[in-house]
Design a protein around this ligand. Structure first.
Ligand code: SF4
Ligand code: SF4
Length: 316
């Protein structure tokens, strides 16, 4: 008797409104542009006037000085009161909305995202480069693939940098990370100095052409701090298995390369709350923001998705 293949049951799901996703993107890009504009204004003001102020815009400076401050009541060199105030604000934001600062406000993150988007738009007209970029994205976002495993391993680089920055600042009494910090190079770009931090900035810009947010993914200690604190956050992206099509669009849209459709609740320390996965998802009810007590919320799932092969259809 010939074998009959069983066709999976077709399921249609309500499609997400493009107006809503457009508004979400507009809100994020506007916030990033506004924050970047303020930072540029402070940098220009610093350049044309008294030569101080822009370094106070680094929240990580507040974390670097913290140990010295509580043990000796002094701060390490280059610390401004604004650094400490921003560090506290970051802590509160991370509990309230995960690494919201990275996805919505950080100018260095915005610069990396903009470089990648502009270069991608340019290369999409060149078939060879377009294919290469698509293959790279597919390889790094295929669940369980070697490229994704390597990528996830490299994510731990952030914690090594964090440990080195905090221990170094406490031990030596100055900000060791400042020497290689691309953010410091960016805010001091008007007073050009060819140093290690500037080389790091060039490296981050070059890598951003092929990888989305390379510094955020592999080296940012501020992102690592927020990712750890965010574990206590009640807010997270939640995926509903029964509404998920298993189409992979969320994985490919995620700038932090999180396998969203392998999760029930995205609690990864790399999630920057950018909501790109939600805007990319064609199914209205598959992804959303859920508020739940961290210990009571459903943890991340690692198995296959409950995807239906049916295409999204217009629904109620
Ligand atoms: S999981 Fe979603 S919200 Fe988190 S970083 Fe990825 S795309 Fe952004
Ligand atoms: S959650 Fe991801 S895999 Fe599921 S429907 Fe949305 S974009 Fe597709």
């Amino acid at each position: 008797m010939p074998m009959t293949s069983q066709r999976p049951e077709a399921v249609t799901v309500p499609r997400r409104s493009p107006t809503m996703t457009g508004r979400m993107r507009l809100a994020r890009y506007s916030t990033q542009a506004a924050v970047t504009g303020i930072v540029v204004w402070v940098i220009v003001k610093q350049f044309v006037s008294d030569g101080s102020g822009a370094e106070g815009l680094c929240p990580f400076g507040g974390f670097e000085t913290f140990w010295t401050w509580i043990t000796t009541n002094r701060t390490v060199k280059h610390t401004h009161p604004a650094n400490l105030a921003l560090a506290v604000a970051i802590l509160v934001m991370a509990v309230a909305g995960r690494s919201f600062f990275c996805g919505w406000a950080c100018p260095l993150g915005a610069v990396q995202g903009a470089i990648h988007a502009i270069v991608s738009a340019g290369t999409s007209r060149i078939p060879l480069l377009r294919r290469l970029r698509r293959r790279t994205t597919r390889a790094t976002s295929s669940p369980g693939g070697w490229a994704q495993r390597l990528d996830h391993l490299a994510n731990f680089g952030r914690f090594l940098v964090l440990a080195w920055a905090l221990i170094g600042a406490a031990y030596y009494g100055y900000m060791v990370f400042r020497e290689v910090d691309p953010w410091i190079a960016l805010i001091n770009v008007a007073e050009f100095e060819f140093n290690l931090a500037f080389v790091m900035l060039l490296l981050v810009i070059a890598l951003s052409i092929v990888i989305r947010r390379p510094f955020c993914r592999y080296a940012c200690p501020l992102g690592a701090v927020q990712g750890l604190i965010a574990k206590a956050s009640p807010v997270a992206i939640q995926r509903t298995d029964t509404a998920c099509l298993g189409c992979d669009l969320c994985n490919r849209a995620c700038p932090m390369n999180i396998p969203v459709n392998q999760r029930t609740r995205v609690t990864d320390t790399t999630c920057i709350a950018c909501l790109e996965c939600i805007t990319a998802c064609p199914s209205r009810d598959a992804l959303g923001i859920q508020i739940a007590l961290p210990l009571l919320a459903r943890p991340s799932a690692s198995g296959p998705t409950g995807a239906s092969p049916a295409p999204a259809a217009e629904g109620a």
